[in-house]
Design a protein around this ligand. Structure first.
Ligand code: NAD
Length: 254
């Protein structure tokens, strides 16, 4: 059987760690050329180097996904280097500090939205510009169970990931007739480095969210996310559009 992503070029944000790194590695093994975009360029470079050592194609670009100029640069570099863009995975993201709205600082709110939502809109807009003329393209967003349920994080992250879910569904709907598929994964608890982005956690919020977290049926791995992502971006999912796929061991059934 041929490789599932042969001759495809995939932009993956947050490619230096966790789910993004796993997706980059798996997509490359399936034949895709990887354009990794991460604010942590050291980690993203390591992932790209490993892919190349294993015979794949990859580059890494230092990118702050909340900065439009950086996103534009990623698309330009992808085209300069590989000639096209076929798949865009909006995966980079940060947690909040578990604060409920009553304790919310504007800074926490704005940062959560800039990195988790504005970034997705910027890259989706660029992706659509690329995909419309050729009537083909795939967008995949990493949302969260925090984007479907209320008791999984603080108010800022929860609202931001709900926004990602809304943008995913609307983009899927709008461009359904134009050969563009847009889906999202809603991961449950996955062992990654995301804890590094949690600072000064709210005591009240931490105490409250124990109720939601307490129901979690265990932690999953980034490779489970990457395998689901591979399905969604490949032609195996050619009639799958606008879905939010929980990969959470069943947590959302509780
Ligand atoms: P991670 O911290 O291991 O990886 C995230 C990557 O994104 C890092 O390499 C980081 O440097 C990068 N990043 C952060 N801010 C950035 C910015 N402004 N610009 C560019 N890159 C940036 O975490 P992960 O768990 O692999 O997170 C991937 C996605 O999964 C995120 O969107 C996160 O919200 C989501 N998610 C994670 C979990 C979980 O339990 N780990 C659950 C649900 C959803």
């Amino acid at each position: 059987m041929g490789k599932k992503l042969a001759n495809k070029v995939a932009i993956i944000t947050g490619s230096g760690s966790g789910m993004g790194a796993e997706m980059a590695t798996l997509f490359a093994a399936e034949g895709a050329s990887i354009v990794g975009a991460d604010i942590n360029i050291e980690r993203a470079n390591e992932v790209a180097e490993k892919i190349k050592t294993n015979g794949g194609q990859a580059i890494a670009i230092k990118t702050d996904v909340s900065c439009l100029a950086d996103i534009k640069k990623v698309f330009k570099t992808a085209k300069d280097k590989f000639g096209q863009v076929d798949i865009v995975v909006n995966n980079a993201g940060i947690m909040d500090d578990f604060s409920p709205v009553g304790e919310m600082t504007n800074e926490t709110w704005e940062r959560a939205f800039a990195v988790n939502v504005d970034s997705v809109m910027y890259a989706t807009r660029e992706a659509v510009k690329e995909f419309l003329p050729k009537k083909k393209g795939v967008i995949l967003n990493t949302a969260s169970v925090g984007g479907t349920n209320g008791g999984r994080a603080g108010a800022a992250y929860t609202a931001a990931k709900h926004a990602v879910v809304g943008l995913t569904k609307n983009t899927a709907f709008m461009y359904e007739k134009n050969g563009i598929r847009t889906n999202a994964i809603a991961p449950g608890g996955i062992s990654t480095n995301i804890g590094e982005s949690i600072k000064n956690a709210s005591e009240f919020g931490m105490e409250r969210q124990k109720a939601g977290m307490g129901l979690m049926p265990g932690m999953g791995s980034s490779s489970s996310i990457a395998k689901t992502a591979l399905f969604l971006v490949s032609d195996d999912a050619d009639f799958v559009n606008g879905v939010i796929v929980p990969v959470d061991g069943g947590w959302t059934t509780y």
